[in-house]
Every structure is written in structure tokens, then in C-alpha cells.
Design a binder for this molecule. Sequence first.
Ligand SMILES: Cc1cc2nc3c(=O)[nH]c(=O)nc-3n(C[C@H](O)[C@H](O)[C@H](O)COP(=O)(O)OP(=O)(O)OC[C@H]3O[C@@H](n4cnc5c(N)ncnc54)[C@H](O)[C@@H]3O)c2cc1C
Length: 382
Amino acid sequence: MNFQLSEEQLLLIDGFQKFLEREVKPLARRYRDQLIPVAEMRTIQQAMTDFGVGAGVIEEEFGGMGVDAVTSGLLQFELSRMSPDIAVTSLIQNIVGKLMRYVPDQLRSSYLADVLAVNRFGCVGMSEPDAGSQVTAVRCRAVEDGDDYVINGEKLWISNGGYSDFIFLLARFNNDPVGGLGLILVERQDGYETCDIEKMGLNSQSTAQVSFQDVRVPKTNLMVPPGEAMKTLLISLSGSRPLVSLMALGVAQASLDESVSYAQDRTQFGKPIAGHQLISAKIGEMATKVEAGKLLALKALSQIDRGERSDLCAAMSKWFGTQMACEVVSEALQIHGGNGITKEYPVEYMYRAVRPFMVTEGTNEIQKLSIGRALTGIDAFG
Ligand SMILES: Cc1cc2nc3c(=O)[nH]c(=O)nc-3n(C[C@H](O)[C@H](O)[C@H](O)COP(=O)(O)OP(=O)(O)OC[C@H]3O[C@@H](n4cnc5c(N)ncnc54)[C@H](O)[C@@H]3O)c2cc1C
């Protein structure tokens, strides 16, 4: 197994880190806990396309950069280290990019150009108030009417929802629990409405409720017909789980960096707190957890790059990486003592920003159940 990054990857990451310091850091600071307006989010996402962030994963045959999964993961890690919020928006552009191949041929070229240039934001709508872990409970309905579908329903927790110009919508076309679900492209101008949700963290990007009331969409916008959509989305999501893990670990790495310098500077009992064994051991554990989480995520991504099935490793990396990341950031807060819980120090923000990653892209409980099912052949979901 090769643990060595290529010269090209090292150069890319080095250039990207400098860019992040110069362009992303000030923006993230200015908008801490406030929504970055769509125009500024678009500008920063556009600036990152040169590095292959977001829709850089779109295959070369479709005019994209064809960035490999491992490199994409390394970029998401670095970006999240600086701003997990901006990284979430990039992640959704990345997922939208991967789903572009399902956009009907006659529509694809105009969308591709806009997604590649980040002229328009997309989002992916699966979850609903009554359909979270149990995606097959989706109620949002698409009913045939002449050459159109008429859509009614609610989507919840949709990342980039408030920014979105279009949504890849998982809707119910008939009553078959799994077979009735299809994926359809809906434009903002077709009439869906969004409302941003205030969260414990990650408030600099949009997570929205999306409402459809008699929204009329041409039948030609159908991306994946009923019966195929769940499989398509599950394959695509298994590729993004290691990215979510790396994003959480990016926050953990940032909190570790802060903790190392704090422990070197802060003196108690006549020496830097790094000289107290319990603090030194915490730092040792934190660094090991970040490293182990990264390795598992990169293994899942390298399986994807080799065209292998990665579902199992992706599920392992999602729960393990996000769990480790939350533990690491919690310890970072502890190392900072009282200062840790103040707004003056960045670890307080990291503590709030890292926690949602244990829920999004399939909760950690669901990841463990998927692993258990794959190993035993017995489903314990119901
Ligand atoms: C920041 C953020 C961004 C998101 N972005 C998107 C997005 O862009 N698009 C989208 O469609 N969705 C998105 N989601 C939604 C996310 O996928 C759901 O929140 C997630 O699937 C869980 O659904 P739920 O919140 O309804 O929790 P529930 O499914 O109600 O779960 C509640 C609790 O019960 C547990 N649980 C549920 N079923 C079982 C079971 N069978 N066995 C054991 N435990 C179980 C869960 O693990 C959890 O702990 C996002 C969520 C967050 C927090």
C-alpha cells in the first residue's frame, strides 16, 4: 500500500494552503456565525475551481478536470481546516458535479458549463421532516399532468438550499416505497421556495428547508426514473462519506494545531502545560485520532480511484472519522481551559462546527448498521 502523496499532490496542497491563508481565512473570520451572502460565496468558490475544488471532480469527458477522489479528499480536508462552512458548500458542488452525468442529455451542456464555472449553485434534496435515516419514507410527490410533473412537498436540511439555483430532487412518483422514488431536476425559477435554518454551527453557509407547492416541471427534467434513484444516490453518497469524514478531521486538525501552540505558551505550576503529562498525552491521542481517521478515509477514496467498491470502508471512515474529530475538538477545548469556551479563541467555534458531521450524510448509527449488515448479511435497521 502506498502512503506517499505524489509530487503533484504535494505542490497542489502547498499552493492551496497559501490561497486559503490569503483568501479564505479573512472571509471565514468576517462571517463567523453569519451567512456568507451568495455573491461572496460564489466568488470564493469560483476562485477555488483552479485548484479542482468542488466540481473539479467532473470527468474530463464532460469538460471537467477529472480530479481523483484522493486529491479531492485532501483538498476538502485543507479547506475545512480553514473553514468547514465554505467546505460544505464545495462538497455539495462536488456531489452535484458527480450527479451531472444523470442530467438529461438535452439539458446537460448548459448546466455543466454553469456548474463548472460556479455560475449557479445546485443542491441535493433527499431528507424531509418525516424522512431522515429512512429515506424510503419520502413523501414529496411528483404527479404527471400532460407534459409536466406537478411537485408538492417539503425537503429539510438541504445544504446550499438557500444558495441554490436548482435542486436534484428525490421525489415520489408512485406508492412503491423504493421503486416509486425518482430523481428530477427542478429550477428555482420553476417556483420552489427556501428558508435557511439556524444551527449550532456551520451558519456561514446555507442549510435550508425547501418547499414545493404546485411546482410545475417538464417531464424532460427527469434525471433518474422511479426505481433507479435510490441506487444512484447511494453509490454517489458512498463516495462523499469519506469526504465528510475528512472535513470533520480538518476541523480536528485545526483544533489540534491551536492546542499545540496553546499548550506550549500557557504556563501553570511553573512550566508550559505541554510539560504536564496529562496534557502531553491528550495531544498524543488527538494527533493519533486525526491520523487514523485520515488513513481510513483516504483508503476508501483510493478504492474509488481504482474503481473498486468502497461502501464498507466509506461507512467505516464516516463514523470513525467524524467521531474521532468530535473527540479531538472536545479535548482541544479542555486544553484551552476557560479560554476555550470564549469567542476570543477559535476552538469554541470548531466545537460547534464539527458536531453536525456526525449527523449529516447518514448518521453514525446508520453507518454502523450498514457495516454490520455487510458483514453478517442480516439487516438490523427495522
Ligand atoms: C448539517 C447538515 C446538512 C445536511 N445536508 C443535507 C442535504 O444536503 N441533503 C439532504 O437530503 N439531507 C441533508 N441532511 C440531512 C441528513 O442526511 C439527516 O439529518 C440524516 O439522514 C438523519 O436524519 P434525521 O435528522 O431525520 O434523523 P432521524 O433519522 O430521525 O434519526 C434520529 C436518531 O435516531 C437514529 N436512528 C434512526 N434510525 C435508526 C435505526 N434504524 N437504528 C438505530 N438508530 C436509528 C439516528 O441515528 C439518530 O441518532 C443534512 C443534515 C445536516 C445536519
